[in-house]
Ligand binder design. Structure first.
Ligand code: AMP
Ligand code: ZN
Length: 496
């Protein structure tokens, strides 16, 4: 019997503002869609937090035995510089600045995104569709929405008619914004605008002569609106109605509100049953963002080379730091918080490494192991509450250390439960990886030191030959494995 039969998973649904018992449309199967990145820049740690939050969701659903189809798109066209749908396409602009083809920009930053998420041990989604790969489908759905009387063509662009839609539906249902307030708070349209009302949003935009990312359509040459791609790709791969849609909190409005409106205008159905929104990672109290420069890149974190960091941190420590907060809470990034997380992470890993050597007794004394396991599940069933789960795992850490010190006892049977549960939650569900738990006197560590000395020597000769690409690569790759190289007067040193 799959685990989900015995577990009562509840999900906080942003649409209703309540934790609801999760019931997929088809028993045993889950359709999960998460808005992916716009690939015009390196991902920062804020972006990573959102994708780690949904990796936790994906992993736990899989752990419960669901067959999950996880679709996460790549935005490679249509995302303009601001939400008011003005300015250049972000990718086209970067292509101009870097003197590359737009698709070179897309390729470069998609690879960066994948490499970083892999370092954080995120599982790849089941399908990763691109906006440019679905232009035909986007044109088709626009035609449907026009046929249903909820969009109009104006001067080569097509706009969604928000006021008309609102007559029979509820625009603002997700963001809880009132259309009347939106109307009161927006400026009048300028004479040049083709929109009937300022709230209307573009489904298709006419390409200006300088716009390089363009496709033919029944309305002339142009490009799709950003909100449309997610409607098209989610419904294509998951159906007109599907289970879970996720994304960062900042996408709730207008992006997700528009997705609901588009889906409903095309099929007449509410597309999503459970809306999930992950909260923001902040730095010095402000949202980490690409545009403001208030961010830290994963590569800085892994190498420690950033003014705000005292040292390098491994991806698993950073992942642990993020999962110590609930995905719906704001989390502030700081060097001190990371150092504290690193200590906790090491304590957890050391306890797990101790498990195989624990001596067993007839009776367990010190922890009610089955009840403890149930509490671990209860934490995750309560809307993926990873901080509560981690607190439970630390109850087990205390117990393991007490058994080791012969101040508590564990039976053979309970030890098996303890081992299996710790492994399942730490490695499969939280997705942590052992990096730092090395025994300094171990033979393998000796061999590792020999290999590291070789790498340090290779890096030095690369630097002597001014081959900085190779020397930086060696440093960065080692940093990603949690091994920091420090260059000092006495040469290069490292700590394991
Ligand atoms: P973008 O590539 O800008 O569309 O962002 C990709 C994802 O990262 C979206 O789901 C955003 O909501 C999310 N995101 C952006 N900034 C942050 C942040 N500071 N903290 C958490 N998530 C973020
Ligand atoms: Zn989206």
């Amino acid at each position: 019997m799959p685990l989900y039969e015995n577990q009562n998973l509840k999900i906080y649904n942003s649409l209703t503002g309540e934790k609801e018992i999760f019931k997929p449309l088809t028993a045993g199967y889950v359709g999960l869609y998460v808005c992916g990145p716009t690939v015009y820049n390196k991902v920062h740690l804020g972006n990573c937090r959102t994708f780690i939050s949904f990796d936790l969701v994906f992993r736990y659903l899989k752990h419960l035995g669901y067959k999950v189809r996880y679709v996460r798109n790549i935005t490679d066209a249509g995302h303009l510089e601001d939400d008011a749908e003005t300015g250049e396409d972000r990718i086209a602009k970067k292509a101009r600045l870097e003197k590359l083809e737009p698709m070179e920009i897309v390729q470069k930053y998609t690879i960066d995104f994948h490499t970083i998420l892999q370092k954080f041990n995120n599982l790849p989604p089941s399908i990763e569709p691109t906006a440019t790969g679905h232009i035909v489908e986007q044109i088709e759905i626009i035609k449907e929405i026009i046929d249903n009387g909820l969009a109009y063509e104006a001067n080569g662009s097509v706009y969604f008619d928000v006021l008309k839609y609102h007559e029979n539906n509820h625009y603002g249902i997700l963001s809880k914004r009132k259309l009347e307030d939106m109307i009161a708070n927006t400026r009048e349209l300028t004479a040049q605008s083709d929109k009937r009302n300022p709230q209307d949003f573009a489904l298709w935009k006419k390409a200006e002569p300088q716009h390089i990312m363009r496709w033919p359509s029944p309305w002339g040459v142009g490009f799709p609106g950003w909100h449309l791609e997610c409607t098209v790709m989610s419904t294509k791969y998951l159906g007109e109605e599907f289970d879970i849609h996720g994304g960062g909190m900042d996408l709730k409005f207008p992006h997700h509100e528009c997705e609901i409106a588009q889906g409903k205008a095309a099929s007449g159905k509410d597309p999503v049953n459970y809306w999930m929104h992950a909260n923001m990672l902040t730095l010095n109290g402000q949202k980490m963002a690409k545009s403001t420069g208030n961010n830290i890149l994963p590569s800085d974190l892994f190498s420690g080379e950033n003014d705000q960091l005292s040292k390098a941190y491994s991806p698993s420590v950073a992942r642990f730091f993020m999962l110590q907060a609930n995905y719906r809470s704001i989390l502030d990034f700081s060097d001190e918080a990371l150092t504290a997380a690193e200590k906790g992470f090491q304590r957890l890993m050391e306890a797990i490494a101790t498990l195989p050597n624990l001596k067993t007794q007839k009776e367990t004394d010190g922890l009610k192991v089955e009840k403890w396991r149930e509490e671990c599940y209860n934490a995750m069933n309560d809307d993926f509450n990873s901080p509560v789960l981690i607190a439970k795992l630390f109850d087990a850490v205390k117990f393991i250390n007490a058994v080791k010190a012969e101040k508590a006892a564990v039976s053979t049977e309970d030890l098996e439960i303890l081992k299996a549960t710790m492994h399942a939650f730490v490695f499969d569900v939280l997705g942590l990886e052992t990096v730092a738990a090395v025994d300094k006197n171990d033979k393998n560590t000796e061999r590792l030191k020999e290999v590291l000395d070789l790498l340090v020597a290779l890096r030095k000769s690369a630097r002597d030959n001014k081959d900085f690409a190779t020397s930086d690569k060696i440093r960065d790759e080692l940093a990603a494995l949690g091994i920091t190289l420090k260059d000092g007067k006495e040469g290069t040193t490292y700590t394991l």
